[in-house]
Design a protein around this ligand. Sequence first.
Ligand SMILES: C[S@@+](CC[C@H](N)C(=O)[O-])C[C@H]1O[C@@H](n2cnc3c(N)ncnc32)[C@H](O)[C@@H]1O
Length: 423
Amino acid sequence: MLATAADRREGRIQRLGNLLVLQYLSLNAFPCGAARNAMRRVLRPVSESNPPTTVTDARVANLAAKFEKFARKCSGVSPLYERLSLGIMRDYDLLSLAAEARADPVPNLLLAAVHYLLLAGERADLTDHYPDLVSVVACTDPYPSFRRFCLEHQIQLTSLIRSRNVQTNAVGRAAILVPCFALLAEAMRAPLAVIEVGASAGLLLAWDRYSYDYGSAGSIGPRSSPVQLHCQVTGEGYPNVAHSLPAVVFRKGLDLDPPDLDSVVDRRWLQALVWPDQPERLAQLEAAVEVVRRAPPNIVAGDAARLLPSVMDEAPREAVLCVFHSHSMYQFPEQSRMALLRAMRELGRRRPVFRIGLEAVKQRSYCHLELEACGSGLARRLAVTDDYGMSMHWVGPAALALQPSAMQPASLPGSIGQSTIGK
Ligand SMILES: C[S@@+](CC[C@H](N)C(=O)[O-])C[C@H]1O[C@@H](n2cnc3c(N)ncnc32)[C@H](O)[C@@H]1O
C-alpha cells in the first residue's frame, strides 16, 4: 500500500525521535561533567532546521501562565485537563518539556500529544484516568501518573509537539455557521460559493451534509445524516431555518498543512485534539470524518494569505462568494490577517464577497459570529457563541437587508479574528 503524506511525516517524526534517543544515549554515556558538556555542544543540533529549544526561566514562567489560563478555561468543562494543567503549571520539568513546542496554544498541544500516544496504544496506568479510553475512570489523582508518563515518553512527546499543530476540527461549529449561510442565500437569491480559510481536514466545509436541531428554533439538513448536531439557541429574531439548506456550487478549503483523513495517523491526531472527557464531540468527529471521507472537499495546502486571491477568482460569478474562517485567525500573524482582509475587500468592490468570521473574543470565554459585506465597509455581528457550537445567542436580524441601515461600519483592517465589529 502507498504511504500517505501523513504517514511519511510520521516516518520523519520517528527519525527525529531516533536522533533524540541517540543524543540521550550519548549524553548518558559521558557521565563526567566536562566530557558531557563537550558532548552536549557537539550533539546540540538535532537537525539544522529543528534545533532544540533553549529553555529560559522567562519562557517557563510564561508557559506556567498559559497553563493556568488553560486550567481556568477547562473549569466545569474538562475536570481531567483542569487538574493536569494545574499540575503542569507548577512543574518545572513538564514546563521545560512543553517549551519544546513550536507553536501556540502550547497547553492544547502538549495534552493532545499525550492523548495521541495513549490512543496509539501506549500502555500506562495514566490510561485509567481518560474517560474516552476506559469504561470506569480511576478516582485517584491523575497527576502523578501523568507526570511519570510524560517523563518516560519525553522523546516521543518532544517529536510530536515540535512537528504538529493545533488543528482541532470541531464539526459542531457548523451549527453556528449555517444560519448565516441561509440568511445570505435568501437575501441574495443565489447559490453559494464557499471558501474556508484554515480549514484543517475540511469537516466544516461539508456543513450541508449534516443534520441540525436548534430546538424550538427549528431544524434543518438531511435527517438521515450520521452527523446529528444540536445547538441551543437564545435571543430574539433567530432566522427561520425550516427551509432546505442553501445550494453550494463551489467549495474549497485552504490550510497550511491539511490533515489527510485517509491516514490513520492524521485521524488519530484529530481525535487526540478532542478533550477526553467530551464524548459527544468525539462521536461527532468520528461521524463527520466518515461522511467527509466519502466525498472529500478540495483543500489546498499552503498559506491562505498567499492563496486566497487566486482561489476567490475561481469561484463562479453567479454564486454568492462566502469566505469563512472559524477559530483559525489566532494562528495567523497580523500581517497575514491584514492581507486576507485586503484581498476580500478589494474583490468585494468588483463582485459581492462576504466574510463570515467565527472567532474567540480575546480575553473572553465566548466567540462572535460576524458577517461582513466586503468592500462596502459594512458588517454585522450575528451571534455570541460557545467554542464548539453547542449554544448561541442570536443578536442579528431574522432576515438580511444588505443595506447600510441594517449593517454597521466595519472596523479598520487588521482586527479580523478578534471581534471586528463595535467594541
Ligand atoms: C484550530 S484549526 C481550526 C479548524 C476549523 N476551522 C474549525 O474551526 O474546526 C486552525 C487551522 O488553521 C490552519 N492555519 C494556520 N495558519 C494558516 C495559514 N497561514 N494558512 C492556512 N491555514 C493556516 C492550521 O493549519 C489549522 O488547521
